[in-house]
Design a protein around this ligand. Structure first.
Ligand SMILES: C[S@@+](CC[C@H](N)C(=O)[O-])C[C@H]1O[C@@H](n2cnc3c(N)ncnc32)[C@H](O)[C@@H]1O
Length: 215
């Protein structure tokens, strides 16, 4: 009865997409597509990334190498994977849509250019996963004795590898057949970043682990 009253006085129900008989078939088709696209964008915008293989690598690091107290994830995008494993993660990205989605899901996130970041205290782990900034832009934010977990998507692992006076190579953590595998320092030296693309070391789900030995 309420519905009948509403329809009589206001026409169509609120929130209903009306495609009148006078619309051409193509116009109806275009309108339907437009609404489907908007709905998809809203859903997609709030969808965070959680990569299971990377999660295994982070867990293997935490259990076998070091359990950090304060983690910086620059260029986080919408990747919530480190926050699922480590406590006290600060996620930073220049894109507000990424950081808003992270905040909406309850994660610590800051919208800013990472080069302008001023940490109250230096971190003891930096995660560089598909980072878009130069490694040199973030290294000041890491304590001496702290660690960097870096893949080589934007050559960040190569940059670290080429600074032996500041960074010790600790190991490489990758996943093979859905299991985390840790290569010791000797084995890792046989697979420098950028030379072993096909095996996946340092790409995608693999991380090189470095320890900062000097400022
Ligand atoms: C390829 S995405 C990687 C996202 C995420 N790390 C992942 O693996 O899914 C690179 C991200 O870096 C961010 N970015 C680029 N330059 C930046 C800067 N100067 N400061 C902070 N974030 C930046 C972009 O907005 C983008 O979200």
């Amino acid at each position: 009865m309420v519905l009948r009253y509403w329809k009589k006085n206001h026409g169509q129900l609120p929130g209903t997409l009306v495609l009148g008989g006078s619309e051409s078939f193509f116009r109806k088709f275009a309108l339907c597509r437009k609404f489907a696209n908007i709905a998809h964008k809203i859903k997609f915008r709030h969808k965070l990334v959680e990569n299971q293989e990377e999660r295994m690598a982070y867990e293997a690091f935490k259990t076998n190498v070091y359990s950090p107290r304060s983690v910086l994830y620059p260029c986080c995008g919408t990747d919530a994977t480190p926050s699922k494993v480590f406590d006290n993660v600060i996620n930073i990205d220049i894109s507000p849509s990424a950081t808003l989605a992270m905040m909406a899901a309850g994660y610590n996130a800051i919208t800013m250019d990472i080069k302008k970041y001023k940490p109250a205290e230096k971190h003891d782990l930096i995660v560089l996963s598909n980072s878009h900034v130069r490694v040199s832009d973030v290294l000041d934010y890491l304590k001496v004795g702290g660690y960097v977990l870096s893949n080589n998507w934007t050559h960040s692992a190569e940059e670290l590898w080429n600074q032996p006076e500041k960074f010790e190579i600790v190991c490489c953590i990758t996943t093979i057949k859905k299991r985390a595998v840790i290569l010791d320092e000797h084995e890792t030296r046989l697979h420098p970043p950028g030379t072993d693309v096909s095996s996946g070391f340092g790409y995608g789900h693999g991380f090189y682990v470095f320890k900062k030995s000097a400022d």
